[in-house]
Design a protein around this ligand. Structure first.
Ligand SMILES: [Zn+2]
Length: 724
């Protein structure tokens, strides 16, 4: 060990290191942007001067002609007349590019605090990594303004000379802290619309953002953009109102609500034939609806509502550019009366439409814009029509409108209203009237496979046996409850020989009663075959203790080599799930339990209920219809109608009794879809859907036919081989 003997050096070593050398000129240069009055150049000018954007892998100058409809909204963020700028549009419109343009202007021309709020932290981080950081690195002017200290550029904050850009997500402490000159809210409709704890909510993200900009007075602005995601409010009457021709249908929440409070700008084109202005909208596209979706899309043209002239897609970019030059463009609604008290209406009696700088514009602190997907720069009419027609036709078949709704929200950019269907009129009486008489343990002649659904309750298993045809037609054959435990279960009977009630949460052995279900054999009417179930789905949710017992039950089946015949199902609510049925292991155990290694059949129950009820409403016995055997009790059939469809999902009707037949039907639908009912080829079905020896679930019950006579050619073949 070396002893330090020189005290003088020891003292010197305790002096902290000096800060890096900075000249007064450098200090001044850093602070100068703060003293600069906000430059007079617009957001779009600033973006063209300072911002680079990736175009097919190369960094190029920002170009306003790519998405010309974003020019006015992003420039309005600097207007002193509006507190909020709101942009509703489809996903392929380039609307999120406006965040970078507005930020560029704030960094280069109007240094002051700016906050960008994404819908989640994950989205915020991804945006910084994939969009913001590359843009800063490739835009020389922005890079030069970015601080060089280690914490000047993080996921949550970028410190520039004279300003800071914070990036966050919608939680109250991020939206209630420091004052900002601008708050940019992106993907607004995918944010929670009430922030803070349930008992003391602090308001909507938009409302809270407005509080943040107050100290900046008229220079403050909240910029909010999103695709719509809230459905049209069914409680409100919606019809076209000529005093508000640009209003979007009423919604309960989200960006369309903000849009409707604003100036209600819409994007117009000038017709190349008659020079009238009109809004290019999806519902003005004409195409051949009799063709397949892809082919229909290829025929799509935009029809001028005034002269009927049809515009082809290749003219879109040019008409958008012309619109930005004043031949069309954004038109907003005027106020009802001018200063002299004259009604501001056009020749048709509609509310007058004006430019953003017209003093007659609607009096509101919100400049609002709604762009229709038909004018969006990055999506072609062919794909737009193809997606719309594919989703519309799927909806007609399944009555599940999730994809159809999504096309409205993300591709067209408008709020969606479910068309009025027939299922409201469906009654239990109608279902019973069309029920089919069948012999005991018999299934219809068209049956090709049979499924078992099991719902788990505290003291019984509810069971549904369903017969399926190759065209999606299905019939509920049997619907009963299992209430008695198997003989082999612990304490199955008391001293007097009476059975206790089933208790699946407590006794894993009770579930063994389900194994007999797979042995039920149904004679196919008019055929020499009988069928046993080929698959069973058992509810994984149930009374306390059941999930563990269900897992043990399934592992036993797997040890017997029958793991592929048994599924454990779990329901997921809501219409916005992207899939209908998926078979995966749970990612994480609930409440800190360790993850389960078994797979669960996840079911988007609300989407599947749409399909099941639509099938039941098809009383014509055609393809895809859902029928009931006449032997099923009235009360069990009534369970089909125990729930009511709401905006977010199905819920029990007031006063309704049990709903198990509906839940069991959903399980049957889920497993049939998982097995591929929607994909199978009726001319070449898989073995398990054939009345024949290839089907391990089919048994031949007819008379044995005489063995085929041995033919001269067939028999001696191996003898010839022996002789060689
Ligand atoms: Zn025209």
């Amino acid at each position: 060990m070396v002893a330090m003997s020189d005290r003088g050096i020891g003292l010197l070593a305790r002096i902290p290191p000096l800060p890096p050398f900075i000249t007064p000129e450098e200090l001044l240069a850093d602070s100068l942007p703060l003293l600069d009055p906000p430059s007079r150049i617009s957001v779009t000018d600033a973006a063209e001067q300072y911002l680079k954007v990736p175009v097919q892998g190369n960094w190029q100058d920002y170009d306003r002609t790519v998405a010309p409809y974003t020019v006015e909204p992003q420039d309005m963020s600097q207007s002193r007349r509006f507190k909020t700028v709101c942009f509703v549009g489809p996903s392929q419109s380039g609307k999120s590019q406006m965040l970078l343009s507005v930020s560029t202007h704030a960094i280069m021309c109007a240094p002051s605090p700016v906050q960008i709020i994404h819908m989640t932290k994950t989205d915020a981080d991804a945006w910084v990594e994939e969009k913001l950081d590359p843009a800063l690195m490739n835009s020389r002017f922005l890079r030069d303004r970015l601080g060089t200290a280690r914490d000047d550029s993080t996921f949550a904050r970028k410190r520039f000379k004279g300003m800071r850009l914070t990036i966050g997500y919608p939680v109250p402490n991020q939206l209630s802290s420091r004052s900002q000159r601008m708050v940019l809210l992106t993907d607004y409709d995918h944010m929670p619309q009430k922030l803070g704890p349930k008992d003391s909510p602090e308001g909507s993200p938009h409302g809270m953002a407005l509080q943040r900009i107050r100290t900046f007075m008229s220079r403050g602005c909240v910029f909010v953009e999103s695709t719509p995601a809230f459905p049209v409010d069914p409680e409100q009457v919606w019809e076209f109102d000529k005093t508000a021709p640009h209003r979007l249908p009423p919604v309960t929440n989200g960006i369309c609500k903000i849009y409707n409070e604003g100036t209600r700008g819409r994007w117009f084109w000038e017709c190349p034939n008659c020079a009238e202005l009109f809004e290019p909208r999806f519902d003005r596209l004409v195409y051949d609806e009799t063709l397949e979706p892809g082919a229909a899309g290829a025929t799509a043209k935009m029809q001028c509502p005034d002269c009927g002239h049809r515009i082809s897609h290749r003219e879109k970019a040019r008409l958008n550019t012309l619109a930005a030059l004043g031949r069309g463009g954004w038109l907003h609604e005027a106020r009802p009366f001018d200063a002299e008290g004259n009604a501001l209406v056009d020749a048709r009696g509609h509310r007058l439409l004006v430019r953003i700088d017209d003093p007659r514009i609607r009096q509101t602190p919100v400049a609002s814009y709604a762009l229709n997907g038909a004018a969006a720069a990055f999506s072609g009419w062919d794909e737009l029509v193809e997606r719309y027609e594919t989703a519309r036709r799927a909806f007609e078949v399944s009555q599940d409108d999730s994809d159809f709704a999504r096309v409205h929200y993300t591709d067209i950019g408008v709020p969606y209203a479910r068309p009025d269907g027939d299922e409201q009129d469906l009654t239990a009486a109608a279902l019973r009237e069309t029920a089919v008489e069948l012999g005991a343990m018999t299934c219809p002649s068209w049956t090709r496979f049979i499924t078992v659904s099991v719902d788990t309750n505290g003291s019984w298993f509810a069971v549904l046996i369903t017969a399926w045809g190759l065209d999606g037609k299905r019939m509920a054959l049997d619907r009963f409850d299992l209430v008695q435990p198997p003989e082999t279960a612990p304490k199955a009977r008391d001293a007097e020989g009476r059975y206790r009630a089933i208790n699946p949460g407590k006794y894993v052995e009770d579930a063994e009663v389900l194994t007999d279900l797979m042995e039920r054999s149904y004679a196919v009417e008019g055929e020499d075959w009988s069928l046993k179930p080929c698959v069973a789905v058992v509810d994984f949710n149930g009374p306390t203790g059941w999930s563990d017992n269900a897992e043990k039950f399934w592992r036993r089946r797997k040890r017997e080599g029958k793991g592929a015949l048994w599924f454990l199902s779990i329901g997921r609510g809501g219409f916005k799930l992207s899939d209908r049925v998926w078979h995966v292991s749970p990612e994480r155990g609930s409440q800190g339990k360790k993850a389960r290694s078994i797979k669960l059949l996840n079911m988007a129950v609300d989407r599947l209920k749409d399909t099941v009820l639509a099938a039941a409403a098809r009383l014509d016995h055609g393809p895809g219809a859902y029928l009931f055997a006449a032997s099923i009790e009235k009360e069990r059939i009534e369970e089909m109608l125990a729930e009511r469809r709401g905006i977010d999902g199905y819920s029990k009707r007031p006063g309704a009794g049990r709903n198990e037949t509906l839940d069991l039907s959903v399980q049957a639908q889920a497993i049939a879809e998982h097995r591929g009912i929607n994909r199978l080829n009726p001319d070449d079905p898989p073995g398990w859907a054939v009345l024949g020896e290839v089907n391990p679930f089919a048994t031949w019950t007819g008379q044995a036919a005489p063995p085929p006579e041995a033919s001269e050619d067939a028999a001696p073949q191996y003898i010839n081989w022996l002789r060689r």
